[in-house]
Structures are given as structure tokens and as C-alpha cells.
Design a protein around this ligand. Sequence first.
Ligand SMILES: NC(=O)c1ccc[n+]([C@@H]2O[C@H](COP(=O)([O-])OP(=O)(O)OC[C@H]3O[C@@H](n4cnc5c(N)ncnc54)[C@H](OP(=O)(O)O)[C@@H]3O)[C@@H](O)[C@H]2O)c1
Length: 292
Amino acid sequence: MTTTNKRILVIGGTGMLGKPVAQQLKADGFNVRILARNIEKAKSMLGEGHEFIKGDYEDADSLKSAMQGCDGVHVNVKGGPSEADFERADHLGVKRIAETAKAVGVGRVTLISAYALSEKKADTPESRSKVRGEAAFKSSGVPYTIFRCTWFMETLPLFVQGKNISLIGHQIHQLHWIAAEDYARMVSQSYQSDEALNKELYIFGPEAFTMGEAMKIYTEIAAPHIKIAPISTKMLSILGALSFNTEWKSMSTLMGHYERWGEDGSPEEANRLLGAPRITLKEWCKRNKITA
Ligand SMILES: NC(=O)c1ccc[n+]([C@@H]2O[C@H](COP(=O)([O-])OP(=O)(O)OC[C@H]3O[C@@H](n4cnc5c(N)ncnc54)[C@H](OP(=O)(O)O)[C@@H]3O)[C@@H](O)[C@H]2O)c1
């Protein structure tokens, strides 16, 4: 697929990981349409040069209108913290989007996903819904690419609370931290040839660090005033239950999943087809310093 005169719909284009994809597709010459629940918010986040269409992925009619005239649909949805909400987004939302794409005649669909999603490793509400969503995506009949991403560097600041960064659980696995900019370039590249079609590609960054090591690098370079504060998943779960904080309970479940399962799959095919990620964690931290 060449970029000229091709239109890609991005669902979740205001999201942390959807926005860089929308921006990269535009920079590479695609016409980019954003499905947004709040157009004013989307315009203020993404600026001029995109097409905006009001809609909701829970509403099949608005999905159908948004997909008219589109050559591709990129899906960046996020569920949680409740089990029903993971199912609503990561399974049923993804399924509805792929089935609508088939009905409308969209040429290809792409989806952000994660590693550790085999039947055996899907041991949380989120991972089970993602497994079902991936299956529905693949069986929709639309040519697809699924990006099974590792941990994004952009996640690190989300663990900061006040003067602490929470290191949740006993995180022993080496993770190839990826920058959203590298991932976005790879997604856009996937739309520029047919080689990535009907594949699940593992998107891993250039270097591996445990979560604790990554937080040490992040705090040393980007946030020297912040201290690493370890907390067990059990303690976070208890605190979540006592304070009726569903986000904390959900986070303890998520981090338990990543205590058990390290990265699986190989990035070799993604790197060969789409160009290997280049941005190192240290480079990313230098560009994303936070002030006290
Ligand atoms: N963080 C990581 O390291 C990592 C690694 C691998 C995979 N992932 C996966 O990446 C995915 C995306 O994460 P993210 O951080 O980009 O999520 P996010 O920032 O929460 O973005 C979600 C997007 O979905 C939109 N949205 C929500 N409900 C909608 C609806 N009913 N109709 C239309 N749009 C709707 C939101 O739009 P509004 O502006 O309207 O809210 C937003 O643009 C998640 O599934 C996550 O599990 C993350």
C-alpha cells in the first residue's frame, strides 16, 4: 500500500499509544481520520491536518460511518479496571471493530496487543479478554497485523506518585523497553507493504532491563528527585480492597501477571519487515526529564 490517497481510521487516536501512531501515519503521507467521542478534545490533542469524526466504538452505526472510504483501521483501545470493562473493550470492542471493517470492505486492520497471551498464560481478566479479542480480529476475514508489544518507556512516568515511583511486585524478567515513537514508525511501515499482513509481530526495543533497572535509569536521568518505592502485589491488593480503589486492585492483578510471565516470541520478523527500534531507554529519559 503506498501512502498517497490512502485513508487510515485510528480508533483511540487520543490515547497514549494511539496518538503517536496517528501522527506518524500523517507524517508518512496517509490521510488520517480519528474516531473520537469528544472532537474538541481530539482536535486540541492532535492539531490540524487530521480528519475528525465523532463516534464511539460501542456503536456499530458510528463505526460504519467512520470506516466509509477507509483503506485501513488501526485499533488502540484500552479496557479496565473491572473485568466487565476489559471484556467490553479488549474483546467485544475489538470484535465489533473488525466485523464492521469486514462489512464495510476495509482492506486491512491493525491492533495493539501485548505479549504473554497464550491460553496458558492468560490468567487475568485483561489477558483473557485480549486473547478473545485477538482471536476475533484474526477470524474476521479482514487482512490483519497484530502488534504484540512489550512494556513502553512511556509507562514509567505513570508509576510516579509524588516523590516516589512504585515498583510493584517482584519483577525479575528482562524487558526490551520500547519507545512509542519507534512503535508508531513500525505501525506506519506495516501499512506501506503487504509483507506484514496476517501476522502477529513482537515489538521489542533495543535493550533489556528488569523493571527495577529501568526505574533506576529513569530516576537517575529523568527524575533525580524521585525515589523507587517497592510494594508487593499482595500489599497493593489489600490497600486497594481497604480503600475501595479498583485501579489499585486491577494494577496488583496486572503486575502479578508480569511477575509470572516474561517476554515470549521473537522480534526478529517485526524488525526485518518494519525496521528495528533504535531509541534506547537512556536517550528516551534524556528527552523526557520531569522537573521537581
Ligand atoms: N503501556 C504498555 O506498556 C502497553 C504494552 C502493550 C500493550 N498495551 C496496550 O495498549 C493499549 C492502548 O493503551 P493506551 O495507553 O494508549 O490507552 P489510552 O491512553 O487509555 O487510550 C485509549 C483510547 O481509546 C479511546 N476510547 C475509549 N473508549 C472509547 C469508545 N467507547 N469509543 C471510542 N474511543 C474510545 C480513548 O479516547 P478518549 O480520548 O475519548 O478517552 C483513547 O483515545 C491498551 O490495550 C494496553 O493494554 C500497553
